[in-house]
Write a protein that binds this ligand. Structure first.
Ligand code: AMP
Length: 306
């Protein structure tokens, strides 16, 4: 083991912080000593996909902070906010194993304080809160189209986490491709002094993209869920075989779902990977899919490159 890491393990056990002031102070203390702070925002229920982001942060930064916050404002009223898996103790064990320094795990009221006299903040609407980040043009594409308000909630909470943690670098997964793009655009437009690092999708051995929501799947649904990745691979194969017409490629991807009525396709799209607009050509485009397997909504994507 490298000596610096050994010393850190002995001297600084992972701290779990719930308050904004404590988190900000811990991060500033690192920066005062000339250290670089890396932030990995998550909603918990951690898996290898999250841990790949943590490892990327560990490799690049002196202090690694991971936030665990199931953000109510990115869930629609009929979505799974209250059922979303919460495995906090296990998450902390995993993060300790990755030598994480700081876990920021605020209560909902810490991030969205209730107005005096208002009811609890557990609902998705958060009525006492009124400032939002809207990344125009991008927030109504892909998942933003099927989940109105979703990316507004994501951009807002990430902006808040950036102000609280003040990281030098922030790590996001390519699994949520539109989210990564929206965060990059927000950072550029609002001049956050933060480097955004995108990390590749981590998959199960059979190709299923890892997701906290995979925990919802029955064993039968788990098999059906493979259809998302398979549809992307079929498009990639056709592309490699010379099919470069966008509408034909979209048809190939969506047709994979017509044979399996137990999986309901939400969207199958091919877009420009920077603008999420229809692409001029298939080369360097993003193929993105979302589908309901039973009641569980899953997403996946791949980049088509020459
Ligand atoms: P979540 O907890 O789902 O909000 O995800 C937190 C971060 O982990 C986001 O930046 C996701 O894109 C990323 N992430 C989730 N699943 C994966 C995966 N399978 N591979 C890589 N990154 C992922």
């Amino acid at each position: 083991m490298e000596a610096g890491r050994f010393v850190r393990l002995i001297l600084t056990p992972m701290r779990v912080l719930e308050k904004i002031g404590e988190m900000r102070e811990a991060s500033r203390a690192c920066r005062r000593n000339g250290g670089r702070v890396g932030l990995v925002p998550t909603m918990g229920a951690l898996h290898e996909g999250h841990l790949s982001l943590v490892r990327a942060a560990r490799a690049k930064c002196d202090t690694v902070a991971v936030s665990i916050f199931v953000n109510p404002t990115q869930f629609g009223p009929r979505e799974d906010f209250s059922q979303y898996p919460r495995t906090f103790d296990r998450d902390c064990e995993l993060l300790r194993g990755e030598n994480v320094d700081l876990v920021f795990a605020p209560a909902v009221q810490e991030i969205y304080p209730a107005q005096p006299g208002s009811a609890g903040q557990q609902r998705a609407a958060v009525p006492a809160y009124s400032t939002w980040i809207e990344v125009a043009a991008l927030t109504d594409r892909l998942d933003g189209k099927s989940r109105p308000g979703h990316f507004r909630g994501v951009a807002t909470v990430v902006a808040k986490l950036f102000h609280i943690v003040e990281p030098d670098v922030a790590f996001f997964g390519q699994k949520d491709a539109a989210q990564l793009l929206i965060i990059r655009r927000m950072v550029r437009d609002l001049n956050f002094p933060i480097e955004v690092v995108g990390c590749p999708i981590v998959r199960e051995p059979d190709g299923l993209a890892m997701s906290s929501r995979n925990a919802y799947l029955s064993s039968e649904e788990r098999k059906l869920a493979l259809l998302l990745n398979r549809s992307l691979r079929e498009v990639e194969q056709a592309f490699r075989a010379g099919e470069h017409r966008i509408d034909a490629l979209i048809r190939i991807g969506s047709d994979a779902f017509s044979l399996q009525p137990a999986v309901r396709l939400d969207y199958f799209e091919i877009v420009n990977p920077e603008t999420l607009e229809p692409p001029a050509q298939a080369e360097r485009s993003l193929v993105a899919v979302a589908a309901y397997v039973g009641t569980t909504r899953l997403i996946d994507n791949l980049l088509l490159e020459k």
